[in-house]
Write a protein that binds this ligand. Structure first.
Ligand SMILES: O=C(O)CCC(=O)C(=O)O
Ligand SMILES: [Fe+2]
Length: 149
């Protein structure tokens, strides 16, 4: 559960700075009355507001899904921006990664046109690297790039 207590001084600032979510995916119940979520358009780099649609959930693809899908799924960069001085709440359910198995693209997603992009890795190892290097927009995945890529 995220609660943003925005005062007048917060308007125009970020409640959460640009990041990717580390896990497989995030299921987000956003505040239905207060906008603020913005995603980065991968092509233009523009920040695009994702205004809430009552009765719907937002699903974010995270870093683990990018690795697991051999690069087919894209880890979306996003942030939360303060548009107005009010309280904003959201509920995020993080689906992370297997605890006892490595993150690894299944053979069906690897072929000569799509060579394996990442070596298998433990989520915990990824998490430690991501936090210790403050690589919050997926850069830490580079450490697990397969030699041929
Ligand atoms: O509050 C939101 O809309 C998103 C929060 C978020 O990006 C996160 O918890 O990872
Ligand atoms: Fe997020």
């Amino acid at each position: 559960m995220n609660k943003y207590n925005y005062g007048p001084e917060s308007v125009g600032m970020s409640g959460v700075i640009v990041h990717t979510d580390p896990g497989f995916l995030t299921i987000l119940q956003d505040d239905e009355n207060v906008s603020g979520l913005e995603v980065v358009d991968e092509i233009t780099g523009d920040l695009v507001p994702v205004d809430p649609i009552p009765g719907t959930l937002v699903v974010n693809v995270g870093d683990v899904a990018k690795a697991w899908s051999n690069g087919r799924f894209r880890n979306v960069k996003h942030r939360v921006q303060c548009y107005e001085p009010t309280v904003r709440t959201s509920i995020a359910l993080f689906v992370l990664a297997p605890k006892d198995e490595k993150v690894e693209a299944p053979p069906q997603l690897v072929d000569s046109d799509h060579p394996r992009r990442y070596i298998p890795f433990d989520f915990e190892e990824y998490w430690k690297l991501r936090t210790s290097t403050r690589s919050i927009t997926g850069e830490a995945l580079q450490s697990f790039l397969a030699k041929s890529s």
